[in-house]
Design a protein around this ligand. Structure first.
Ligand SMILES: [Zn+2]
Length: 323
């Protein structure tokens, strides 16, 4: 499961088709003047857009961008005169109309180095109504040889008039087995940790890699150890409770839910878990209830409710599974 590294961006394995589509359109001179790279957060859309930008500007005729021509060198240095990056100003939440107007002004000028001018707007849904309106004119009558690439996690928040004028490149949440294979080739944490990280990341591969590099996975290890200990020694609830109580509550409950989910899955598939002592008494229904409570308690973690009591109560119920 290998990433394709293009000067400026990475094509993850789940984006191969999107990249081929883009290259084909470009080769056949059928690429629209405006593209919308859309899909859930954390799957690498910005990276795909960066690879497209590099390819559109590169002066060599290679399958990707060459990475050594003047265009590629300037782009890598962040000083390409034909490339414009538009995002909210630092500390701001919206892309304002003045920013869009300034961009349109620059796109009207002739190119300096490359065959075309390219602008990337991300996250595109951060454009306020006036900004979107200003951009619309440019989408209707694009200046010279320009390509606009909009990147959005949430295209539904953009006006239909904008969306309908963009060629959509929709990247869906990749299949979890594909991502697990990819994680396997990109981390040394092992299949169980990869699975847990992907689950904690809500299926987002790039967030999963962040989890794998963060101390949060230590918390996952502590949660697993605590749960295993309680099945062997149900009387040690107070000790385990005070140990796990030191973890950040939101993380703690997320991991508890994930761990119980792993146990439920292991019962269904009859595959033992490395971290859990064999226990024939564990059964699906009470475990589902425990998982449900963990999810509820995660929501409650942001409220002033006594988290230590919730945890103690939850662990008692878990320990009862062993009796
Ligand atoms: Zn190049």
């Amino acid at each position: 499961m290998i990433d394709t590294r293009i000067s400026g961006g990475i094509i993850y394995p789940w984006m191969n088709d999107h990249w081929s589509f883009f290259l084909q359109r470009l080769e056949n001179d059928k690429l629209a003047h405006a593209l919308m790279v859309e899909g859930p957060a954390g799957i690498g859309k910005a990276s795909l857009a960066a690879a497209m930008v590099a390819k559109l500007l590169c002066r060599e005729n290679e399958p990707g961008a060459c990475s050594h021509c003047r265009s590629c060198t300037l782009l890598a240095a962040g000083s390409h005169p034909d490339y414009f990056d538009l995002q909210p100003d630092e500390g701001k939440q919206v892309i304002k109309v003045d920013q869009v107007r300034a961009l349109i002004g620059k796109l009207d000028l002739t190119t300096s180095i490359s065959e075309r001018k390219v602008a990337c707007i991300h996250p595109a849904e951060k454009m306020n109504a006036a900004a979107a309106n200003a951009l619309l004119k440019s989408l209707e009558e694009p200046a010279g040889n320009t390509v606009l690439i909009l990147v959005s996690d949430n295209p539904a928040r953009l006006p239909v008039t904008i969306r309908s004028r963009c060629q959509a490149i929709s990247v869906n949440q990749p299949d979890s087995q594909l991502v697990l294979d990819w994680l396997q080739g990109n981390s040394d944490k092992g299949p169980e940790m990869n699975q847990a990280a992907l689950q904690a990341a809500g299926g987002s591969p790039l967030r999963a890699t962040q989890y794998l590099d963060s101390p949060e996975l230590d918390a996952y290890g502590q949660v697993r150890a605590g749960l295993a200990r309680l099945l062997e020694r149900p009387g040690s609830v107070s000790v385990v409770s005070s140990e796990l109580g030191a973890l950040i509550p939101v993380d703690l409950w997320r991991w508890l839910s994930i761990c119980v989910g792993e146990v439920i899955k292991s019962i269904m598939t009859q595959q033992a878990l490395d971290w859990l002592p064999a226990n024939p008494k564990l059964s699906g229904k009470p475990l589902l209830e425990l998982q449900r409570r963990a999810d509820i308690n995660r929501q409650l973690a942001a409220t002033p409710v006594r988290g230590d009591l919730l945890l103690h109560d939850w662990l008692i119920r878990w320990a009862e599974q062993a009796i």
